[in-house]
Design a protein around this ligand. Structure first.
Ligand SMILES: Nc1ncnc2c1ncn2[C@@H]1O[C@H](COP(=O)(O)OP(=O)(O)OP(=O)(O)O)[C@@H](O)[C@H]1O
Ligand SMILES: [Mg+2]
Length: 303
């Protein structure tokens, strides 16, 4: 596991080391009689990748929605770099938190590049009149935006497909495009909701590298995933939600070894669980596998 937390190649939204980027305190979200999230505290510091895991329906996505202004928590408060977040999604994005969605949300009939340009709108100063009149200020800003968008596409490995329609991308690449679009708002914190759902093992590995690279740019990351190998390889800290409550939080070894987490979520290893040799064999096969063009969509691909 990479433990290097130095920040290189910092982007405009990047964080100085040691800062608390996200501070969620006592967040509770009720829907009628159902308490989906109950009194959850969670911090993310600069330079960190933090994981959020838990069974289906545990409240992970609801918690993300409370962090990003989609839901106003019934109780509790969320601070980003010390400031209480405004209860509106676009203001949260402008403040510096970007996210991807469990159910991919792209503009299917726009090109890959256009999708990233849409993500830049919170960072472009040019207003409606400038866009309509198309004066020199507009052209300059548009050129800078396109350059930045192409840079981001290169960063996620999609620059060669900039002019393709988003809907023609294989599923794994659509997830990467969502990440590029989120990065286009120049965030200091990126929230990823199941970034590898529906990906094959090789795509999952590439996404792991991508998340490390994002962290190395000085962007803190909070990630929800059900793929435990991905989570435990990647995260400095992992919090476990069960029935809306935070059950345990700690480093990968602590969480993997916690009896309550094993009982509530991870489960005991099966009797015939593969040994080290089998795991090595599977990994070697994965490393040589051809990337699949028609990746089977996961349950979440219900756009
Ligand atoms: N808008 C809503 N109205 C009513 N109930 C909701 C709403 N959003 C979520 N819930 C409920 O809140 C609970 C938590 O759901 P949530 O989607 O946050 O779980 P999750 O941990 O993300 O699960 P998964 O791993 O399956 O994505 C569920 O019981 C869900 O039905
Ligand atoms: Mg979810």
């Amino acid at each position: 596991m990479t433990t290097d937390t130095t920040t290189k190649d910092a982007t405009p939204g990047s964080n100085p080391p040691g800062e608390t980027v996200l501070d969620a305190r006592g967040v509770t979200m009720r829907f009628g009689g159902l308490t989906a999230v109950r009194n959850v505290n969670l911090t993310v510091n600069s330079g960190e990748i933090v994981g959020l895991i838990g069974p289906n329906g545990a409240g992970k996505t609801t918690f993300f929605n409370c962090l990003t202004g989609l839901y106003i928590p019934t109780e509790g408060e969320v601070r980003y770099k010390g400031q209480i977040l405004p209860p509106k999604s676009f203001k949260v994005t402008a403040a510096g938190i970007a996210r991807t969605f469990q159910n991919i949300r792209l503009f299917a009939n726009m090109t890959v590049l256009e999708n990233v340009l849409v993500g830049r709108h919170t960072r472009t100063k040019e207003g409606l009149w400038s866009a309509l009149l198309r004066g020199p200020g507009f052209h300059k800003a548009e050129k800078a935006s396109r350059e930045r968008a192409m840079e981001l596409l290169e960063f996620v490995g999609l620059d060669a497909k900039a002019e393709h329609l988003a809907r023609n991308l294989p599923y794994g690449e659509q997830r990467k495009l969502e990440i590029a679009r989120a990065l286009a708002s120049e965030p200091g914190l990126l929230l990823l909701d199941e970034p590898t759902a529906g990906m094959n093992p090789q795509e999952t590995r590439t996404t792991e590298e991508l998340v490390f690279a994002i962290r190395d740019k000085g962007i803190a990351v909070l990630v929800i995933e059900h793929d435990m190998r991905f989570i435990f390889n990647l995260c400095d800290r992992v919090a476990v939600l069960v029935q809306g409550e935070k059950l345990v939080e700690g480093d990968s070894a602590t969480v993997q070894g916690d009896e309550r987490v094993v009982a509530a979520y991870l489960g005991e290893p099966f009797e015939d669980a593969p040994g080290k040799d089998e795991v090595a064999e599977v990994e070697a096969a994965e490393a040589h596998a051809e990337p699949s063009k028609d990746t089977a969509p996961g349950k979440e691909n219900d756009r």
